[in-house]
Write a protein of this length. Structure first.
Length: 228
């Protein structure tokens, strides 16, 4: 079995509470969603077996904190990861950090025991421009992901509605675990517009009131710094 990998690189985490942590990024090719604000353009890939991918990882200098699986959507390669990650943890002790759109619960279940940190998105339909069919998937996903260190992130645009934030808050509140909620103002792309300060403040206050979860507002810092 092989996986499609678009790129591998060392850089710094630009989002959420791990901001600034040096990580080795493995970017998987392909995604099952089509968010209007997505600026990750994946035009090519190379196929790797689990042994070849491990070899490539071990070629990098050992000066990073976490191995980050990103995309695209890494869980589209869930079966591959269920074979690769046991091999990885035998040879390398760096924590595994998964960035995911938080939809593919069955695939998450295959690998959750090998992952240390899960940064899951909640895709608000009013932000993404997609159909209102994500809620069940997110609820199932968070019930599995809460077994590990969890970060919940959602992108906020000027079109995000309070109704979507209410639905998100219900899912977050039902997860009986402490974790950080990140409200990420959209990076302008493909006509997506940044929300104003009043909207962000309203959403933050609402989530804290409804869930009691620590909630922060933090944009994509790596975009500001001009790094990957």
């Amino acid at each position: 079995m092989q996986a499609k990998i678009s790129e591998m690189f060392l850089s710094y985490q630009g989002e959420g509470p791990f901001l600034g942590s040096r990580q080795l990024f493995i970017r998987f090719y392909g995604c099952n969603l089509n968010c209007t604000y997505c600026d990750t353009i994946l035009e090519s890939y190379k196929s790797f077996s689990k042994e070849a991918l491990l070899g490539k990882i071990l070629d990098f200098e050992d000066n990073y904190n976490e191995l980050t699986l990103t995309g695209g959507e890494p869980l589209l390669s869930g079966t591959f990861l269920s074979e690769f990650l046991p091999l990885y943890v035998k040879h390398q002790k760096k924590p595994v950090y998964l960035e995911t759109n938080g939809i593919l619960a069955k695939e998450m279940k295959k690998i959750v025991k090998y992952v240390d940190i899960i940064a899951m998105d909640i895709k608000l339909p009013s932000s993404t421009g997609m159909a209102d069919e994500v809620w069940k998937g997110h609820k199932e996903f968070i019930d599995i992901a809460k077994e590990k260190e969890l970060i919940v992130k959602t992108v906020i645009t000027d079109s995000t509605t309070i109704d979507d934030v209410k639905k998100m808050s219900s899912i977050v509140n039902d997860a009986d675990k402490e974790f950080i909620v990140v409200l990420q103002p959209v990076t302008p792309y493909n006509n997506a517009k940044v929300p104003d300060e009043e909207m962000l403040s309203l959403f933050k206050r609402f989530i804290i009131k409804e869930t009691g979860k620590e909630t922060i507002i933090l944009g994509q810092s790596h975009k500001c710094l001009g790094i990957r």
